[in-house]
Design a protein around this ligand. Structure first.
Ligand code: 4AD
Length: 440
């Protein structure tokens, strides 16, 4: 029974940035009477019964994740003792809101080391209540905020292109198709082509949108749906593009780490994380092939790499881990890159293209200059066996005031896997979608 003579409690949020927590009085002096709503997160536990010990020594049986309301005074913890936020609640009243299931259905605090990954993915909605998953998602929110601020500083305008499309961008093999009122449509692989159409009227643009890839194989860095951060810049050179990329990546990291709460999360998730220093190391594709041969790192068929080979995930990661710095890998051969990429004027075998590689993950960004010449683009459709008709709106950009322009796409989950030191991109999104999984 609540003592009605006590002052009405003020609802507070246990949010580290909430100033109402800071306003509370120090020591044991009476402070404002507060009301805290939340769930039982961590407790002394015996079997599946949990003891929540209140400071008056009164013990109560509860299950983990039970939601409740507690009224009382928030005080600073006595010296030598430690608590989150350095606060403890001297409770005078509580009420249970929702009891969490116990016994066999009880939620456990720690994920067992031998937990079956599929079971964990099935229970992602509960895994999200754990500290690690929640921390990654908080950093994700901080990263999105930082990207938007950085783009504003760099004067890129945000646009929101459609996800249902009728053109491919990165090759037919990873297209998801569906029936669209009797026509074939696809889930977008990249918003790049749409961003290009915005340049004449809106200037430099960016978008944060899902991209979809029907990847056939399970790897630790491929999702079927991922959050794609794409930028497109008008009237630039390839050198400008690289410089912009370096600036954006470094500024985003600076902004994330400027927030003490974010910095603490990153430190906990990835204690060894060091912000990269500029300039990033530049390496041409041809030199990477030589480097791989010299270091005896074979391609996926176990053969030594030859000019023209795709550098597969394993080899790329090995190289990045050995060099252990961010790398701009540039000038990929025409044959292994998308149809729209501009050729290098000084070596027509290669394109003005770049992959940004980070230690631990490998490629986190893909970008390039775009073909600006009409005839060359028509030729490229032919070379790739793509019918030019559905691309009329893209081709038109070369007909009405073409320009040297370029852009890039960054996979947010890969960026986070790198920054938060996660083994796989699947840990870096809310509900991962990958080969065979669309639940929950
Ligand atoms: O290199 P990609 O395929 O480039 C493009 O889509 C360009 N059209 C982007 C542009 O220039 N606007 O993909 C760009 C990035 C990759 O570097 C990677 O970080 C991420 O998107 N990515 C994936 N992330 C998770 N799962 C997948 N299956 C991914 N495929 C690409």
């Amino acid at each position: 029974e609540e003592d009605k003579s006590l002052p009405q409690p003020v609802r507070i949020r246990l949010d580290e940035t909430d100033p109402s927590v800071v306003r509370l009085r120090e020591g044991d002096a009476p402070g404002t009477r507060v009301r805290v709503l939340g769930r039982v997160h961590r407790l002394r536990q015996q079997k599946d019964v949990i003891f929540l010990t209140l400071t008056d020594g009164y013990a109560l049986t509860l299950t983990l994740e039970t939601s409740l309301s507690i009224h009382g005074e928030m005080r600073v913890v006595p010296p030598q003792q430690r608590a989150p936020l350095d606060r403890e609640l001297h409770a005078d009243f509580f009420s249970i809101i929702g009891v969490a299931a116990g016994d066999k259905e009880a939620i456990t605090t720690r994920v067992p080391k031998d937990a079956d990954p599929q079971t964990l993915y099935d229970n992602r909605h509960l895994v999200l209540r754990g500290d690690t998953a929640a921390s990654v998602l908080k950093v994700r929110a901080g990263a999105l905020r930082a990207f938007r601020q950085t783009f504003q500083e760099e004067r890129l305008l945000e646009v929101t292109p459609p996800c249902m499309v009728q053109t491919q961008v990165e090759g037919g093999s990873t297209l998801f198709s569906f029936d669209y009122y009797g026509q074939t449509a696809y889930l977008t692989q990249s918003s790049q082509l749409y961003l290009e159409t915005c340049l004449p009227s809106l200037g430099d643009v960016f978008c944060v949108a899902p991209s979809f890839r029907a990847e056939k194989s399970l790897t630790r860095r491929h999702l079927s749906e991922y959050t794609h951060i794409e930028g497109e810049l008008d009237f630039i050179t390839f050198a400008d593009l690289l410089e912009h990329l370096e600036k954006v990546i470094c500024r985003v990291i600076e902004l994330i780490l400027q927030d003490p709460h974010m910095a603490a999360l990153v430190r906990e998730l990835n204690p060894g994380f060091k912000p990269p220093s500029r300039p990033f190391r530049r390496m041409k594709y041809a030199d990477a092939i030589d480097w791989l041969v010299q270091h005896n790192i074979p391609n996926d068929d176990g053969q030594l790499h030859l000019f023209g080979d795709d550098i597969a995930e394993a080899a790329e990661r090995k190289m990045t881990d050995i060099l252990n710095v961010p790398i701009f890998l540039t000038h990929f051969p025409v044959e292994i890159k998308a149809f729209y990429m501009k050729k290098d004027d000084s070596d027509r075998r290669v394109t003005e293209s770049v992959d940004v590689l980070m230690p631990g993950v490998g490629e986190i960004v893909g970008g390039s200059m775009r073909m600006e010449n009409y005839d060359e683009l028509m030729e490229a459709y032919k070379r790739e066996g793509i019918g030019s008709e559905p691309y009329y709106w893209y081709t038109d950009q070369r007909k009405y005031g073409t320009s040297p322009h370029g852009g890039y796409g960054l996979g947010l989950e890969r960026f986070l896997a790198w920054m938060c030191g996660r083994y796989t991109v699947r840990e870096c999104c809310l509900y991962p979608r990958f080969t065979g999984r669309c639940t929950p």
